[in-house]
Design a protein around this ligand. Structure first.
Ligand code: NPW
Ligand code: K
Length: 515
């Protein structure tokens, strides 16, 4: 092993180790106990740290002139709420009122300690025995009724309180999880808990928040570190990982001195039907901007002049002379964007599946296949959206079920499935799911998937493994759009593609401002 290789190997290992593994509520509670024992601190100190971390983020929302109602239960989530009330008071917040729901069998020790501290301050506390003890409207609610200890169906009192808060508040911020949220069971069918505008999670985002069904529970979520032992958390087994910047930057290959175009791989993009060639042009341009050494567009000879004017860097190959084409020279191939559904399309895709070149299948390349066609290729990435996925793998009632199908198929067949979502899931042959943390609604426009296909294919051509190319491609695609969305209401696929290379530089170096 050379020294340079060894250094980058260690760096990548460390980056994986430091990536956030998503864990269950139960495991989080074990981490809570472990941290207290290991650091020799009382659990109430951990509660103080959690409340501080919450407040630090909360004050960034500039709500100090609003009336803040802290609605608390009597477990530790409620204890957090009381500590938050005290800390906001210390920060100079003038309009704080605390409502304690009295329908709990008992109070936790740390709740009681925080209640005692709160009672010494000039903050109104209302003890609520019925719905009538709550005001008719709220401005800002800090929801601290139930957290990870939520363990059974809500009774009519809690359901009525939560309905009232949902219907009569301007802004609801939940502590750790929205009260009543089925974070581990994913059972959202008849949800009657809090619908937060923002949830501030402790230490880890919840897997549930990455599933589209969670829109009933929270509009947005942010995660704050509360000082739990990271080494212990990282040792908890999990199949789900939240992709972060450090992991992706460690994956990206450097452009080295004395390198040349041959050092960065050769991408082949199959062009689509005459009416949808824009899709393959977008994929090709994304491959160029993502740093592939060469990119060739396979298309009809009559289209060569248009392709060359659109993107002079593109090379062209004649689809009419396919039998003369030496596929061995391509380091990675993309097919699907604008392909069209036909028997000929299916023949093209099946031919590519017989080759060993790293391959990305998207859109119509998936629409002409069945799932049986997808096994046996050693370097295959497929990038379906929900409908494409369900056509191949059958209808799914929930996103959690869909995710489980993708996870097991990827593992059983040794392929990478990029299941597109606001938080795209990348399911790997090792049975892991990487969850992409970048991207935003400004990207919702036709052609965006074609750009993603180009990004992933270029990274494959540059030598990344299929799961690495998929993870890095998704992250950079969304990261570029996030930077652009600060200045643009809509981030079109062309705009995103034009800025890919700049965004990669910023990703590696910061600061994160694209202009
Ligand atoms: N993990 C960490 O690292 C840290 C966690 N921290 C915080 O602690 C929170 C977890 O606290 P927790 O364990 O006390 O549980 P919590 O959510 O307050 O609820 C318990 C109470 O609710 C009750 N109850 C349950 N279901 C119910 C229902 N359907 N309807 C009615 N009642 C119901 C239950 O009743 P019981 O089952 O005992 O009868 C009990 O009284 C966590 O989310 C975070 O905010 C931080 O402070 C520090 C670091
Ligand atoms: K809560």
């Amino acid at each position: 092993m050379t020294k340079g290789f060894l250094v980058s190997y260690i760096f990548i290992k460390l980056a994986i180790k430091n990536m956030l593994n998503l864990i269950t509520n139960q495991q989080m509670r074990q981490a809570d106990t472990y941290t207290c024992q290991h650091l020799n601190i009382e659990s109430v100190e951990l509660m103080e740290q959690a409340a501080k971390a919450f407040v630090e983020l909360f004050i960034k929302y500039s709500l100090s002139d609003k009336e803040i109602s802290i609605v608390a239960g009597k477990g530790n989530n409620g204890g957090d709420g009381l500590a938050i009330a005290r800390l906001l008071h210390e920060k100079g917040y003038k309009h704080i009122k605390v409502y304690i729901l009295e329908k709990f069998n008992s109070a936790s020790k740390d709740f009681s300690i925080n209640l005692e501290k709160l009672q010494t301050l000039n903050i109104p506390i209302v003890y609520c025995y019925s719905l009538h003890d709550l005001p008719s409207t709220f401005d800002v609610v800090v929801d601290a009724v139930l957290g990870s200890g939520f363990n059974r169906a809500l009774d009519s009192f809690f359901a009525a309180v939560f309905r009232h808060i949902n219907e009569s508040s301007n802004f609801i911020v939940s502590v750790d999880v929205p009260s009543g949220c089925p974070a581990d069971t994913f059972d959202i069918e008849s949800y009657d808990g809090i619908h937060a505008h923002l949830t501030i999670c402790f230490q880890r985002p919840k897997l549930f928040f990455t599933l589209p069904e969670s829109h009933k529970v929270t509009d947005d979520f942010k995660t704050v570190s509360i000082g739990l032992c990271e080494d212990y958390l990282q040792s908890i087994p999990s199949d789900y990982f939240w992709i972060d910047k450090g992991y992706v930057t460690a994956l990206l290959p450097c452009r080295k001195k004395f390198s040349h175009k041959g050092s960065y791989g050769h991408v082949l993009v199959y062009s689509g039907t005459k009416t949808m060639r824009g899709a393959s042009l977008l994929a090709s341009k994304a491959a160029v901007k993502m740093g592939a050494g060469r990119t060739t567009l396979l298309t009809d000879a009559e289209f060569f002049p248009f392709a060359n004017v659109f993107l002079p860097e593109l090379m062209t190959a004649d689809i009419g002379r396919l039998n003369d084409l030496n596929f061995d020279k391509f380091s990675a191939i993309a097919i699907g964007p604008g392909l069209g559904i036909s028997e000929t399309s299916r023949e093209h895709v099946l031919r590519l599946l017989k080759l060993k070149n790293p391959l990305v299948l998207d859109a119509d390349a998936l629409n002409v296949l069945s799932k049986e066609d997808l096994s046996g290729h050693p370097h295959l990435v497929i990038t379906p959206h929900m409908n494409e996925f369900d056509r191949l793998f059958g209808k799914h009632k929930t996103w959690y079920e869909r995710l489980q199908s993708a996870k097991s198929f990827a593992q059983e067949n040794g392929i990478v499935i990029v299941l597109k979502n606001q938080y795209t899931f990348i399911c790997t042959p090792q049975g892991k799911v990487f969850i992409n943390s970048t991207g935003n609604p400004a990207m919702a426009q036709g052609g965006m998937g074609d750009v993603l296909t180009g990004c992933i294919t270029a990274l494959l051509a540059r030598g990344l493994k299929p799961e690495e190319a998929a993870v890095a491609g998704c992250y950079i695609h969304g990261f570029t759009a996030d930077l652009l969305a600060e200045q643009h209401e809509v981030v079109s696929p062309s705009l995103l593609t034009d800025n890919l290379s700049k965004a990669i530089s910023l990703l590696k170096s910061g600061p994160h401002n694209i202009n």
